[in-house]
Design a protein around this ligand. Sequence first.
Ligand code: SAM
Length: 287
Amino acid sequence: MINVCDIHVMKPLLAEHGFHFSKAKGQNFLIASWVPQRIAEDAGVDPSAGVLEIGPGIGPLTQQLALRAGKVCAVEVDTRLEPILAKTVGEFDNLEILWGDVLQQDIPALVTEKFPGLRPMACANLPYYITSPILTALLEAECFDSVTVMVQKEVAQRIAAKPGSPDYSAFTVFCQFYAEPELLFDVPAGCFLPAPKVTSAVIHLKTRKALPWDIHDRELFFRVVRASFAMRRKKLANGLASGFPELGKAGAAEVIAACGFDANIRGETMSIPQFAAIANQILRRRG
Ligand code: SAM
């Protein structure tokens, strides 16, 4: 197997194919072989796993996944990588490469078609310019056992943040609604070519099998979350009144009181069950 993380292998390989990195496609390739090895190991990839990889690049993580998984499907948008991947991962008969934009894929359909009888997982060194839309699509697909991804460290911290901490955001609530996050390890910028400006981190999201909260209207719940964070340092009452004009200030205060919360409560300190209580209360008022 070609060690694609070895810079003395990678550089001539890229040059041979006249390949130049595309910043627009978020191309920072791994040049430290411990990183893809550890991602595949810590993700728990084994022969029972069907792994969706996003953005194989020249295949460092793809190799480690294909060595361990029952099947790997890798979605790559940059077709210039085709002849390179043929050399670096062409030997794996449990690997299928799909050429296209991952955001255009019907992910649940793809998982059903490609991984029958396998435990679906997603694993990737994500292109950072579309981290949020990709994670949103992977979690909303509700078909993976786990999602293990490398992202910017500050995004990983945001995903795993606790209520009341500065990193806690609407995106935190979204991710923790679907999954339990665990920060795995940091990856310094020097582990990539070209080196990004930021430190990266690998995060493991164990998806929830049954959602442990009683939420009657999911769309309304997420609307409450967005409204609560839209006016970050303000009281929840203000955020609700502005996000739900039909409530007005008085209605927002009534909703908060009916949930038994302090009138001065702020969205950035609230847990998912507390957001759920507010959403359910708004629904109840609608009758
Ligand atoms: N996995 C490789 C590695 O670790 O060295 C490459 C990771 S690089 C950060 C991101 C990869 O995602 C690139 O190969 C890039 O071409 C690909 N990519 C970017 N946008 C994409 C999209 N919308 N759909 C699928 N792949 C995409």
